[in-house]
Write a protein that binds this ligand. Structure first.
Ligand code: DAH
Length: 355
């Protein structure tokens, strides 16, 4: 048997064994390394007589390719085997209960938004959304707050360009305008979302949450507004009776305007909502100003209605006994674990809002 054939048989035999990646590399260097058998054979070519050299070289190349191919195949097989065993070992049965997992919690603000949506949907309100980046027209002008109106200064607006056309919305009221522009009355909507003002202390954050309410139809009056808010506050605080008062106020987009206070008392350092002789302001409201209706091409002689704006973070603090607003936005997991809610316990009017 020729030397080449011997090499071939010897190594094909070796390669047929059950090998791991190290032993394959070992075989590779025995064949193709500096002193490898194939490399050496090539070195010997020069010493062969010319007539034998050609055949020898061609046979040698043939065997070299064959062995090389066998090695590549072996490596590929090993890689596939490794991937398969990894897949097998790392398989996760998602239907099994996980013991080591850290359970996520629903943030109190998200919980309160769900509760509010739930309460208002019960009496026919649907939920609308608007963008956080607003233009000056929707945020102010269309809401009867023209240029140089003092109410603009009170909002501590974050403007986004020098011309003061783009801004971060200072309230959810622009969603009233957007909603009325895209449809025809009647409207009965709430619009929860983020709002922004340049303000920060224990009870103010530069980003906070409001929910807007708007009900426009024929013959809507302040009695409807009062009934709606009374129903909402009682449902939200989960009490049967609530002390509530309307205090005259001013907003450019409502006439008349009011702020609503609810009664509370302090018992053992805790706020108890509904009774007592102390008052707490929780929202602004009023009858939508005829100019706002005209701005969205609604005839104020035919349609009228009420609107309100409630601070969501404030409601969450009151209901769940949280006394520093800033904690809401610090993403401290320990805080969330304490004040957060079970993700599977979705608020519902029938099963209970927060219990
Ligand atoms: N947008 C007002 C604010 O942020 C709150 C408000 C008051 C909204 C009266 C209303 C309303 O819709 O009718 O201070």
């Amino acid at each position: 048997m020729s030397d080449i054939k011997k090499i071939k048989n010897e190594f094909l035999h070796k390669l047929n064994a059950d090998l791991n990646i190290e032993s394959i590399n070992q075989i590779k260097s025995e064949l193709f390394g500096k002193k490898g058998k194939i490399s050496n054979s090539f070195k010997n070519l020069g010493s062969l007589p010319t007539e034998e050299r050609k055949k020898f070289a061609s046979d040698l190349n043939f065997v070299k390719d064959e062995l090389q191919e066998k090695i590549n195949k072996k490596i590929q097989e090993l890689e596939i085997k490794e991937i398969n065993s990894k897949l097998e070992n790392e398989k996760v049965d998602v239907t099994l209960p996980e013991r080591n997992i850290v359970q996520g919690k629903i943030h109190p603000v998200s919980q309160v938004i769900d509760e509010i949506s739930c309460i208002f949907s019960e009496i026919g309100f649907s939920v609308e959304e608007g963008p956080d980046v607003e233009n000056e027209h929707y945020n102010f002008t269309a809401l009867n707050t023209p240029d140089n109106h003092p109410a603009r200064d009170m909002h501590d607006t974050f403007y986004l360009n020098d011309k003061k056309e783009l801004l971060l919305r200072t309230h959810t009221s622009p969603v009233q305008v957007r909603t009325m522009l895209k449809g025809k009355p009647p409207f009965k909507i709430i619009a929860p979302g983020r709002t922004y003002r340049s303000d920060s202390d224990q009870t103010h954050a530069p980003m906070f949450h409001q929910v807007e309410g708007l009900h426009i139809d024929k013959y809507i009056n302040m009695g409807h507004l009062k009934g709606c808010l009374n129903y909402f506050i009682k449902s939200f605080f989960e009490v049967d009776k609530i002390k509530m008062r309307f205090r005259p106020s001013h907003f450019p987009f409502t006439e008349p305007s009011a702020e609503v206070d609810i009664g509370y008392e302090l018992k053992d350092g805790k706020i108890v909502i509904g009774e007592g002789d102390k008052w707490l302001e929780i929202l602004g409201c009023g009858m939508v100003h005829p100019n706002v209706l005209k701005n969205v091409k609604i005839n104020p002689d035919k349609y009228q209605g009420y609107a309100f704006g409630i601070g969501i973070d404030r409601l969450a603090m009151l209901k769940y006994g949280i006394n520093d607003l800033r904690a809401f936005f610090e993403t401290d997991y320990r805080w969330l674990n304490h004040f957060g809610f079970d993700p599977l316990d979705v608020p519902s009017n029938y099963r209970g809002l927060s219990r």
